[in-house]
Each structure stands twice: as C-alpha cells, then as structure tokens.
Design a protein around this ligand. Structure first.
Ligand SMILES: Nc1ncnc2c1ncn2[C@@H]1O[C@H](COP(=O)(O)OP(=O)(O)O)[C@@H](O)[C@H]1O
Ligand SMILES: [Mg+2]
Length: 373
C-alpha cells in the first residue's frame, strides 16, 4: 500500500481548531468538496497537469495544498469553481456535479466560492469601498443591502476606517484584507486562497492567517489554501495534501504529515522547517566512533503520536551518563507535541549500541548523526 492510500484510510484526527465543530455541524461527516478521478491536460501539453485526483474536503475544514512549482496546485484549486475544466473526472460541490452546470449555475456557483490571490487583483481606480461593492453591483443587489454588506465586511477585516482610500495607499496586508472582504460579499461557503500570503512579510502573514482562522471559526467557512510557506500550513491547516506532477503523493492530518512525512517530495518541502545542524558541530562529527569514550550525537524525533511531549527525565535515565541538548525543541501542532532534539551522550555506562537502542524507547525516530571526541 502506498503512503498516499495509507494516509487516506487512516482515521483522520478531528481538527484542532476550531474545537468541536462536529457538534455544531452534523453534516460535517459528508464531504463538501469531492474530486473523483480528475484529470487535466492543457491543450498542446504533453504531460497532464492533474492525474487521477481523488480528494474529499469536509465542511468547515482548513485544507492545505502543497507541492513544488508546476505540481498542479493552481490547476487543482481552479477546477473547484470551474475556472478550469477537467479533461475527465468529476467535481462535486455539496454532492452536485458541477460539470453539469450551465452558465447560470456556474455564476451562482462562483458566488458560493470566494477566491483570493497573491497579487490581490484590486481595481486601482476604485476605493476600498467600491472594490468590495463592485461584485454586489454586478449581481444587481439593491443599494441599501449593498451598503449594509460592505460596511459589515470592512469591519470584519478591520478596515472600517479605510472606506474612501485607494489601493495604492494601502499596505500589502491591507490590500489582502480588501481582497478577503470582496471574496466574502456573497456569503460564500468556500474560500479558495492561491498563495494569498506569498507577497506579504512574516508579520503581516501572521495577521492575515489570524483573520482567515477567525473567519473559518465565526462563519464556518471551508478554506482551501495553496502556499509554498510550510509555516502557514503548520499554523492554520487541519489537513494537507502533497501534489507532485499532478498526482497526490501524500495526504493526512497536518501533525501526521509534518511529524512523519513519507514521500521524498514531502520531506524536501518540509526540510526548511527542520533546523540545519550548526556548522561547528557538523565539522566535528565523526562517522564512526574512534573509541568507546567518544560522545554519541543523536537526533531524536518526537512525531506527535502522543499529545504530551515525552518526559526528559525518562530520556536521561534511559541514556545514562552526561546528556547535553545541542539543538532543537518541541512545538505544538494541532495540540500534539512535535519536534526534534539533537543530543550528545557521553560517559554512559551503556555502550553506544545500547544507548541507541534505549533512545528508541523514548523517541519515535532515532538517527545517529555521528560521534565527537
Ligand atoms: N493555461 C495553461 N496552459 C498550458 N499549461 C498550463 C496552463 N496552466 C498551467 N499549465 C501547466 O500545468 C502544470 C501545472 O501548473 P499549475 O497548476 O499552475 O502548478 P502550480 O500552481 O503547482 O505551480 C505546469 O506544468 C504548467 O506549466
Ligand atoms: Mg500556482
């Protein structure tokens, strides 16, 4: 069984935040978005942009899509509102096959699915207010209703004092807030985000993520987001799928995929989250033990199988001797303890081989980095 199917059949853990959404939405158990055998080959292209995509996304989920550039992320997300038409396969939104929609139905569908982009796509000659109001005008919503909606949304995104301001006078984060308000004008049930924070600095990214999480919880909105920033997935997503050459190579709860990535592509994508060993330590590491007194350097991974971080005192007792923490730490992902510790073990009464064996009783994974004298 491949990693992708193993993950699919594994029982998904409930989203960490929002808390017990199942209690609020009994229909959560049925998928809101379903892709069945979706393929997409662009005209004139030899290789498929999407191949055999089967995917379920639940109502109220924050669902992440990652993959290298050109993996098919944007193509995938654009099949959900029919900006792209699959070459074959079916896309169901709320159990309805959108491939059977006529033009009128598609217009209605796109109102139920909001979308935000990396470059905001605002109209520079229109004010913040007018940018948000425009899709309501196009839809023929009466003025009083428009005014109520725009005021409410600008308040939601924290731009109540920017009504008459033009996009050029806004920061990147404020522009994306306008983009979010505009995406919400028709009370969509799904929000698609294609690299929505990629043009923002880390602090602004944090505030936009907090806003998205808030909208997810307050409005029960399903959020499907593409990003190349793994920290974004770690911080707000419940589940994640990894695409490579148009195929799903891995998917699962974020804590699971981040704690113990199976596919080589997932490992590569997640590598930036793993701190590299300090240079001075790397330079001193010997691949073999020159003698029995050499200190053993181990990388211990805590992969989130347990909700509590395992006790350090237990580790010290197991390893014996002098244990020094050289690098690493634990961080909570979806209320699970994930992380890695690089430790050196010197003067243990147990031999090197036995120390490694004992470390395995404590950590999910033990990697021997080398020896230092
Ligand atoms: N409109 C298009 N016409 C032809 N090829 C396209 C088009 N859009 C995307 N592609 C190709 O499809 C593949 C997937 O692209 P895309 O979905 O944009 O990937 P990602 O968003 O993961 O970077 C790439 O090889 C890309 O060159
Ligand atoms: Mg893209």
């Amino acid at each position: 069984m491949s990693a992708a199917t193993a993950r699919q059949t594994a029982h998904p853990s409930p989203p960490a935040q929002p808390a017990p959404r199942h209690a609020l939405h009994p229909e959560l158990s049925s998928a809101q978005v379903r892709l069945i055998g979706v393929n997409k080959t662009y005209p004139g292209q030899a290789t498929a942009a999407l191949a055999d995509i089967d995917l379920n996304i639940q109502r109220g989920e924050i669902f992440g899509i990652i993959g290298r550039s050109g993996a098919g992320k944007s193509s995938l997300i654009r099949t959900l509102n029919r900006l792209e038409q699959p070459s074959s396969g079916r896309v169901l939104i709320d159990q309805v096959d959108i491939g059977e929609h006529n033009e009128d139905h598609l217009v209605a569908l796109r109102r139920r699915i909001g979308m935000i982009f990396q470059h905001f796509n605002l109209m520079s000659a229109k004010t913040v207010w007018q940018n948000v109001e425009l899709p309501l005008k196009v839809a023929g919503v009466p003025k009083a209703q428009r005014q109520r909606k725009v005021a409410e949304l600008l308040e939601l995104v924290g731009l109540q004092d920017k009504h008459g301001v033009y996009p050029a006078q806004l920061s990147g984060g404020q522009k994306q807030r306008v983009g979010i308000a505009r995406a919400l004008v028709h009370d969509p049930q799904i929000l698609l985000c294609d690299e929505a924070t990629s043009a923002l600095d880390p602090e602004t990214t944090g505030s936009i993520l907090a806003l998205l999480r808030d909208i997810n919880q307050r409005l029960g909105l399903t959020i499907i987001l593409i990003t190349h920033e793994m920290a974004v997935i770690r911080d707000i997503c419940h589940r994640v799928v990894v695409l490579e050459r148009g195929r799903i190579v891995e998917q699962g709860a974020v804590w699971q995929v981040f704690g113990d990535p199976q596919h080589a592509v997932s490992k590569t994508l997640l590598a930036p989250l793993q701190p590299a060993l300090p240079q001075h330590l790397q330079a001193r590491l010997l691949p073999e033990a020159p003698n029995a007194q050499a200190a053993l350097v181990l990388r211990l991974r805590v992969s989130g199988r347990d909700r509590e971080a395992p006790e350090l005192s237990t580790l010290f007792a197991l390893l014996g001797g002098q244990v020094s923490l050289l690098q690493g730490g634990i961080e909570p992902i979806q209320e699970r303890a994930l992380g890695q510790l690089v430790v050196s073990v010197a003067n243990s009464a147990h031999g090197h081989a036995q120390v490694i064996e004992r470390a395995r009783q404590w950590a999910a994974q033990v990697e021997v980095l080398g020896y230092v004298v």
